[in-house]
Design a protein around this ligand. Structure first.
Ligand code: PMP
Length: 302
């Protein structure tokens, strides 16, 4: 659900130090990011000209890169400066950034050491999200037959350029007339949506699967866990199975792209509340937090 489509504002790209309209940005066909999905990325929101939780995104990027033995061609300060420069060049104060680091150009063949330097690019775009009415009423999701890759296959904490099984899950959702798919791990435990984390509410308690069950350590997920604590609301990481989703009082998804979105229906079962009272109050807290953090004036890093 984080599909990034070009809105009325022209999408821009920072590519290895140069800013240009995204339609002019080019990556060589021998880049291993393209050939093998060998690379890492981040999706980052900016509000009022400031990147939200940039530091956390850059840390996660650096961890993803370390986990696949990819030396980042730029340090954190240089990446933050590139982000700021691109936001400045983009003609709207709000949007979405896609920061990608590829293994770089090299001869055919998997060997990553044949690539001398990674390519770095950042795209700034406006998000054409799910329409406002669906967002308000809640979305339909399915539980996909396609499973999340096992933790010992590709650790879900690595935000890599390999999204094929998530894309297959999303195709299943589309074929079923749903807007999003939830992936299970090989044991049948709930992991996450194709591009978002999952929360349910049961008797006022928030529950989300532990990342060790196979979810990305989502930055929005972290924010929600912190906001719950702030509001003295119990929030636990707990293994969940489809039954827990079908019988939940509320369910919602979180992610940089979707922000927070309530779920109305899962595999044809209507949830008890949508949008539920817990969702509504957390969403208010979330919007207040964004306002507060993007109002702060020290530097561009939030
Ligand atoms: N899971 C997956 C697979 C994702 O791609 C995303 C989007 N980055 C998320 C969860 C949500 O993470 P975040 O809140 O950091 O955007």
């Amino acid at each position: 659900m984080t599909d990034c489509e070009q809105g009325a504002t022209e999408s821009m790209c920072w590519l290895n130090g140069e800013i240009m309209p995204v339609t002019q940005a080019r990556i060589p066909v021998l880049d291993h990011g393209l050939l093998y999905g060998d690379g890492v990325f981040e999706g980052i929101r900016f509000y009022q000209g400031r990147a939200f939780r940039l530091q956390e995104h850059l840390l996660r990027l650096s961890d993803s890169a370390a986990a696949i033995g990819l030396p980042l061609p730029l340090d954190q300060a240089a990446l933050a400066a590139a982000v700021a420069e691109l936001i400045e060049a983009f003609s709207a104060p709000e949007g979405y950034l896609r920061l990608v680091v590829t293994r770089g150009e090299g001869p055919l063949g998997l060997d990553p050491t044949s690539c001398k330097r990674g390519n770095v690019f950042i795209i700034a775009a406006q998000m054409a999200l799910i329409d406002a009415e669906k967002r308000r009423r809640g979305i339909r999701v399915i539980i996909a037959a396609t499973r999340r890759l096992p933790v010992d296959g590709l650790d879900p904490r690595i935000k890599s350029l390999n999204y094929l099984n998530h894309i297959l899950a999303r195709m299943e959702a589309g074929n079923a007339g749903a807007q999003e798919a939830i992936l299970l791990n090989a044991r049948g435990h709930v992991c996450e949506g194709s591009a978002d984390n999952v929360f349910i509410v049961r008797h006022g308690v928030l529950l989300t699967p532990p990342v060790s069950d196979g979810a990305l350590d989502g930055i929005t997920r972290r924010v929600i866990i912190a906001l719950a604590a702030q509001a003295d609301r119990v929030c636990r990481e707990q293994t969940l199975v489809p039954y827990d989703l079908y019988t939940a009082d509320e369910c919602f998804l979180t992610g940089t792209g979707v922000e927070l979105i309530p779920v109305r229906e899962i595999d044809g079962r209507l949830l008890k509340q949508c949008p539920g009272s817990v969702f509504t109050s957390i969403q208010q807290q979330f919007h207040a937090l964004i306002q507060q953090e993007t109002r702060e004036t020290t530097g561009t890093v939030t």
